[in-house]
Structures are given as structure tokens and as C-alpha cells.
Design a protein around this ligand. Structure first.
Ligand code: RNT
Ligand code: ZN
Length: 422
């Protein structure tokens, strides 16, 4: 271990000990929290389907044209491996169904099978990682109408139900292979651009589709269903069928996971405040940690107040086993590997900061009505030497401390990314 890093840690350790925090214990806990890293930051939500469906994005869009985008599964895995080598701890891979490998053959989404994901599973195994999964209900000609599971066209609706069923079997296969439950998150783009007259009809169809899609009981040891709501989207500005109330109700009634995406609410709403509300009624939830800039813009996660508040809610309430942390952003205007590294490290830094809080003491003060001391400690703590602990953690985990990771990314960009076409 680098001498300066170690010395800074010892100094930080003393500072935290003075407010009753054991930094070694905090780091031991941090090491146990996996973050599910989304494959789609690596190629702008492109995927590897043969015969590009040639349709619109379907409600989401990556912007930017930074060079070096991964164009093959091998490239994407190499890029992910590079990013993982710069992120401390053991994490998970979050894969979308459109990242299948079908050996050059066109396989439509209703016919995908576990074997199409074998390479990903073997790769995850080799890295000792768990995996999560997502059906892809967008970027497909059968999603061009703007409706999938809530479509009033039975052919289209049944196609997407079949896709969902196929994905649940793939998710179960992944969970079995990796010995860790695979969280399968259902997000659909369905909604109306302009004011509808029959919202209810679409929502009733969505409910019926989900019931049919999820009818087969799968072992929660291998597979967990999650549902993700949204407030509005591109092309669904006036009404989103899978709204918050819709999925909150659906998840509670069917005991599924609710997925809270930090970009899917009104700008003044905070997901951090929702966690302890929904967990009164649900066993587990999934987070899609993103950064909305004025709207659901999916910017790279920065170390901001809301990120810290989310981490604090998880740690203060010991919700580590009930909250699955996933990332969901895609920025094509900067180096994509750096985007992964920055966003993931920020999530972990926030968890690290939350673990370094004297939360039992703060709760005691609050319960006793001593809001003065609560505020004083919370504010002083903001200037505590978090970086001394974080750098030490990085070194301990064998990844670069401080900004040292950036030079690694720049080297990789020159050697690998800049040699790619397109
Ligand atoms: C879209 C949702 C969804 C997607 C991913 C790619 O608004 O946030 O989670 O970003 O499935
Ligand atoms: Zn999301």
C-alpha cells in the first residue's frame, strides 16, 4: 500500500473514531454491497441483434457521438472489464435482452433462449459476478406504435407477452448458473403523446398482460420480477400507461419488486424519500440510479445531495438486503468507460460516506428532540476526511485511488477505442 494513502487513512480513522465511527467496520460493510452495472452505457443502448430492427429508439435516446463505441459483444466485454478494473468491490452485470448472441442468425424477441446468453453468463462466472436482466420492449418494429404490453392489437400484445415469458426463463437460467437471484426489470415505453380518452383501457390491458407474462411461478432463489414506472417519456408526454401508482399497486398486490428510477418522477420529488415508504409494503425494491437534468435525461451519476440521501436511507435503515442498487444512465458524449467508472464510483462513494455517519447517535439525538446537535453533526461531517477512507478502500481493493484511474482510461482509449471504426 502506498505510504501517503495509508497515512491519510490513519489520520481519517482517528477523526471518524472521535465521533464514534469505526472506519474499518464501515469498509468491511461497503465491500458487501454490489452495484448492478448496466451494459447499455457501453454502446448507447444499441445491443447485438442481427438485422437491425430499423425502428425508432422507442422512448429512450442516447445523445452524443464520442468515438470508440463497442460494436461487438467481445468489445463490450473488454470495455466492461476495463471499467470494472477501476471500480472497487464486487459488482453485478445488468444485461438487456437485445444484447443476445445468436451466432449471426436473426432471432426475434419472442424466440430468444438461454443459450443466446451463455457467453455473458460464462463471462460473469469467470469474474465471480452475479447478473441481472431486462426484457427489451423498445427499439423494435412491434414497438413503433408506442404500445407493447398495453397494445390494443392482440398480435402485438401477444408478441411482447411471449418476449417477457422468454426473458423470465432466461433470467431463471442466469440465476441458476450464477447461484444468485437475477432481478429481471420490466420497463415498457407505452404511452400517449397527446391527451387520450381511454387511459383505463390501456392500463387494464397492461395489467392483463403482466398477469399472463408472470403467471409461471419461478423460484425466487433464481429469479425476481421488478416493474419500473415513469412519469413521461419521449412520445408519451401526455400519459404513461405504467405510471407510479399503477406499478406500486401491481408490485404490492403481487409481491414483486418495484423499480424506482431517479429520473422518473416530478423534478421536485426525491426517490430517497420514497424508499422507506414503499418498503413498508414491499419486501424488496430495485433502484435505477440515474441523474435527471430537468427531465429524464439519463446523465452520468454525480456525487450530489440526492445520491447521498439515497445511500443514507439504505444504510441508516440497514436496507442493504432489501434494496438492489442498479445504475441507469447513458452518455454518448464522453468516453463511455469513464462514464461507467465515474457513475459507479460515485454510487460507492455515497455508500461509503453513509457508512461513515454516526447514524445511531444521530437517531438518538433526533428522538430526543435535539435537532440542534443533529444539524451541527450532519453539517460538520460534510467536511470530514472522506477521501482518506475512500482512497484507502480503492488501494485495498486493488484499483487506482483518487484520479489515477483516468490515465488508465486514456491509455485504453488510445490503444483500443481509437482503433475501432465508427
Ligand atoms: C427508460 C428506463 C429503462 C431504460 C433501460 C435501458 O426510461 O429508465 O430502465 O433506461 O431499460
Ligand atoms: Zn430505468
Amino acid at each position: 500500500m502506498n505510504k501517503a494513502v495509508n497515512e491519510a487513512y490513519q489520520a481519517a480513522k482517528e477523526r471518524y473514531a472521535a465521533i464514534g465511527v469505526d472506519t474499518d467496520a464501515a469498509l468491511a460493510q461497503l465491500q458487501e454491497i454490489p452495484v448492478s452495472i448496466h451494459c447499455w452505457q457501453g454502446d448507447d443502448v444499441g445491443g447485438f441483434e442481427v438485422a437491425e430492427p430499423g425502428s425508432s429508439g422507442g422512448g429512450i435516446m442516447a445523445t452524443g457521438n464520442y468515438p470508440g463505441r463497442a460494436g461487438t459483444p467481445e468489445e463490450l466485454r473488454a470495455d466492461l472489464a476495463k471499467a470494472l478494473s477501476l471500480i472497487p468491490g464486487k459488482h453485478r452485470l445488468n444485461l438487456h435482452a437485445c444484447y443476445l448472441e445468436s451466432g449471426g442468425e436473426f432471432v426475434d424477441r419472442d424466440r430468444i433462449r438461454p443459450e443466446h446468453f451463455k457467453n455473458w453468463v460464462e463471462w460473469a462466472k469467470s469474474k465471480g459476478m452475479g447478473m441481472d436482466f431486462n426484457p427489451t420492449f423498445f427499439a423494435h418494429p412491434k414497438a413503433d406504435s408506442g404500445f407493447t404490453l398495453s397494445s390494443n392489437d392482440d398480435g402485438i400484445r401477444n408478441f411482447w407477452i411471449a418476449h417477457g415469458k422468454a426473458c423470465r426463463r432466461i433470467s431463471e437460467y442466469i440465476g441458476k448458473e450464477l447461484g444468485s437471484p437475477c432481478v429481471m426489470n420490466i420497463w415498457i415505453p407505452d404511452g400517449f403523446k397527446d391527451i387520450p380518452v381511454d387511459r383505463n383501457g390501456a392500463r387494464a390491458r397492461l395489467k392483463a398482460s403482466l398477469d399472463e407474462m408472470c403467471a409461471e411461478k419461478l423460484d425466487p432463489k433464481y429469479h425476481l420480477d421488478a416493474v419500473e414506472s415513469k412519469l413521461f417519456g419521449l412520445g408519451s408526454e401526455s400519459c404513461v400507461i405504467g405510471s407510479h401508482e399503477f406499478y406500486m399497486g401491481y408490485a404490492v398486490k403481487n409481491n414483486l419488486l418495484l423499480c424506482l428510477d431517479t429520473g422518473h418522477f416530478h423534478p421536485t420529488e426525491a426517490v430517497s424519500d420514497k424508499i422507506s415508504s414503499v418498503l413498508q409494503f414491499l419486501d424488496e425494491i430495485l433502484l435505477h440510479v440515474s441523474r435527471p437534468v430537468r427531465w429524464d435525461s439519463d446523465h452520468v451519476v454525480t456525487y450530489n445531495e440526492e445520491l447521498l440521501a439515497i445511500a443514507q436511507e439504505i444504510i441508516r435503515n440497514k436496507f442493504q438486503d432489501r434494496v438492489h442498487i442498479g445504475l441507469d444512465f447513458f452518455d454518448a458524449s464522453i468516453n463511455r468507460i469513464a462514464a461507467w467508472v465515474i457513475g459507479s464510483r460515485n454510487m460507492l462513494k455515497a455508500l461509503c460516506a453513509a457508512l461513515l455517519e454516526p447514524s445511531a447517535k444521530l437517531k438518538r439525538l433526533e428522538n430526543a428532540g435535539n435537532y440542534t446537535s443533529r444539524l451541527a453533526i450532519l453539517e460538520e461531517q460534510k467536511f470530514f476526511p472522506l477521501s482518506g477512507v475512500w482512497d484507502y478502500y480503492c488501494a485495498q481493493q486493488g484499483v487506482p485511488a483518487g484520479l489515477d484511474w483516468l490515465a488508465e482510461v486514456e491509455k485504453y482509449e488510445k490503444k483500443v477505442l481509437n482503433r475501432r471504426n465508427g
